[in-house]
Write a protein that binds this ligand. Structure first.
Ligand SMILES: Nc1ncnc2c1ncn2[C@@H]1O[C@H](COP(=O)(O)OP(=O)(O)OP(=O)(O)O)[C@@H](O)[C@H]1O
Ligand SMILES: [Mg+2]
Length: 588
């Protein structure tokens, strides 16, 4: 239950709406309190006027009719008022719960965005999605219906029971005694229901992750003719889902009949005991009617207590899961709140980095420096640590030891957002959003004029391609950029970095799917645009970094060769070997 305390701030935020809601609940209950008494009165009047076998006189009859019409009008008027205030109470309390739901979702999403990449590695996407959708809706059930019903219950009990006692304390005691039983029964059934629906939910997320994976891997599945295998996998999961759902339906089907049965029993009980009391002359016949209606009015809120209890339990469990994420601290934090300029030489001093989850040491004692405006080329075999190095520059990870500084300032002492803004990072794996080409390049709110988008596209060597599309810059890229070729995707993500006009460029093997001539052209464009910009180009091709002011060769996380193209060629080591080999390949 402690977990739900997190919501107090929201209750406080919406306190006026909440209090208003409580007032509406009270008002609607007050309007509901009198009709049963009027109905009882009607019974009394009628039974009084039928004295034994004698029918009432004509004159008496017309007064009787008038009285009945009067009470009928009252009952109707009160019912309308009660309904009106019930509408208002839902409009305040349920609306409040929707508002808090909105706030809570935003709070979680906002926190997600702050968390580091390692958090995303530890947690499955499905889990992250569930917190923000499934768990939040459970919490909302507590904020809305649970609170509404509880308040309604408390208010109706405190209004109705004194009225009942004022009529007959004994009868009250008798008819209310089965109610606790009702609560327990409903609680038991709804607990079972919740457990079963949880199992169904779990199976549903399994089912959706299976289909999601199939859709994203559809090319592989088709080319390996594994449609039947995928179908079978889906069918097994769907079968399981059906079985679990049927079990839930069974309990669900029990719920309402059980409620109706219990309510019916308590009505029967009231009529029986009330009848005995009336025969004994302790109450009037009309009071039985009043009691029957009151008991019916009480049973639903009391029964809902069992349901509410299980809602609250579920909400508490969900909020606990949410809090777990909310209390998670981002590993990479922005410690500097003030804006800091990011400029100058980039220095790596004895930088080492080990991935905590795999324990693989990806960089060992790496040192180099890039003068402002110079270009560094990095080459090395698969898994030699090139991408790791790139991620350290924009603080996606922080080094374990050693230091990285820009302009003699450790990058940890720079404003994180200024740093990331200064670095135009094109990651190795291109990621495009399912949006138009234009929006993918402009990405975000900073740049959005046509001219700069077109210019960036030209520099990245994709302008001609885009012109050939029917809708040009408005072409919508399918999910994962499925409508573009590998090289087109890479160039789009380069355009996205270029348009920001960053101080530093960081290209992680992002021209691998482009032919050598186009690569040359793009690098030339970049060079022109980034005349005074420092640049790190990571590549598998020696040709793309041979003009760099400095080249480093990485092997197993260590720098094994360092220098300009000519020095390294003269050295006759790995670089020279790679270069010659690729030169021969290119000629053939
Ligand atoms: N996210 C990660 N978690 C754990 N280990 C990782 C992660 N990324 C990379 N590694 C490991 O770190 C080492 C260096 O990987 P890195 O991605 O830096 O290589 P790379 O030089 O960029 O390779 P490639 O040329 O294939 O892009 C590899 O041994 C890899 O297994
Ligand atoms: Mg890499």
């Amino acid at each position: 239950m402690k977990a739900l305390r997190h919501l107090n701030k929201y209750f406080w935020k919406y306190r006026y709406r909440f209090i208003l809601g409580l007032i509406f609940i009270l008002t609607s209950n007050i309007f509901g309190l009198y009709p049963p008494i009027y109905i009882g009165e009607v019974f009394n009047i009628i039974s009084d006027s039928f004295n034994g076998e004698n029918l009432p006189e004509d004159t008496e009859r017309s007064t009787l009719k008038r009285q009945l019409a009067y009470y009928a009008f009252l009952v109707l008027a009160f019912a309308v008022c009660k309904g009106l205030f019930m509408f208002f109470m839902r409009q305040t309390i349920i609306v409040m719960s929707r508002m808090i739901e909105y706030d809570l979702k935003n709070e979680i999403y906002n926190h997600y965005q702050k968390l580091s990449i390692s958090f995303y590695k530890r947690n499955k996407t499905g889990d992250l999605m569930n917190r923000i959708s499934e768990d939040v809706s459970r919490v909302r059930m507590f904020l809305g219906p649970a609170i509404l019903y509880t308040a309604n219950l408390l208010i109706s009990i405190s209004l109705i029971i004194p009225k009942m006692i004022s009529i007959s304390p004994k009868l009250t005691l008798y008819v209310l005694s089965p109610l606790p039983l009702l609560v327990i029964a409903i609680y038991k059934v709804s607990s079972i229901m919740n457990k079963k629906s949880e199992i169904v939910q779990e199976q549903l997320s399994k089912l959706s992750s299976i289909s999601q994976e199939t859709f994203s891997g559809i090319r592989v599945i088709k080319s390996y003719i594994q449609e039947n295998f995928a179908q079978k996998q889906f069918m097994t999961a769907a079968e399981d889902y059906k079985t679990k759902n049927l079990a839930l339906v069974k309990v669900n089907a029990l719920f309402f009949p059980l409620m109706i049965l219990l309510i019916g029993l308590s009505t029967l009980f009231t009529i029986y005991i009330g009848g005995l009391e009336a025969i004994a002359g302790r109450i009037q016949v009309g009071h039985i009617a009043t009691f029957v209606i009151y008991v019916n009015m009480l049973t639903w809120p009391v029964a809902s207590l069992g349901w509410v209890t299980s809602i609250v339990q579920r909400a508490a469990a969900s909020q606990e899961r949410i809090n777990e994420f909310l209390t998670e601290e981002p590993e990479i934090k922005n410690l500097i709140k003030k804006r800091t300029p990011v400029a100058g030489d980039i220095d790596f001093k004895n930088v080492s980095f080990t991935y905590p989850d795999t324990g693989i040491q990806a960089l060992k004692n790496v040192s180099f420096s890039i003068k402002e405006g110079e270009t560094l080329g990095i080459i090395g075999k698969i898994g030699s640590g090139k991408s790791t190095l790139a991620e350290l520059v924009c603080r996606i990870n922080d080094p374990d030891s050693g230091s990285i500084s820009i302009g003699n300032q450790n990058i940890k002492e720079l404003n994180l957002f200024d740093l990331r803004e200064a670095v135009g990072y094109v990651p190795q794996e291109t990621f495009l959003f399912s949006d138009s080409i234009y929006n993918n390049i402009a990405f975000g709110d900073k740049v959005s004029d046509n001219e700069s988008v077109h210019k960036a596209a030209k520099q990245a060597g994709i302008y001609q391609n885009i012109q050939q599309f029917k809708k040009q810059f408005d072409t919508v890229i399918g999910e994962r950029g499925i409508t573009l070729s590998g090289g087109q995707k890479q160039r789009l993500s380069i355009a996205r970095a270029l348009i920001r006009d960053p101080k530093f460029m960081l290209f992680d093997d992002c021209l691998s799917a482009v032919d050598v001539e186009t690569e040359e052209q793009i690098l030339q464009n970049i060079k022109i645009q980034s005349k005074n910009k420092s640049c790190i180009i990571i590549s598998h091709r020696a040709s793309s970094i041979k003009h760099a002011d400095q080249i480093i060769v990485l092997k197993d996380g260590e720098i094994i060769e360092q220098g300009v193209h000519k020095t390294l060629m003269d050295l006759g080591g790995d670089y020279a070997h790679i270069y010659k080999k690729q030169l021969i390949e290119a000629k053939h």
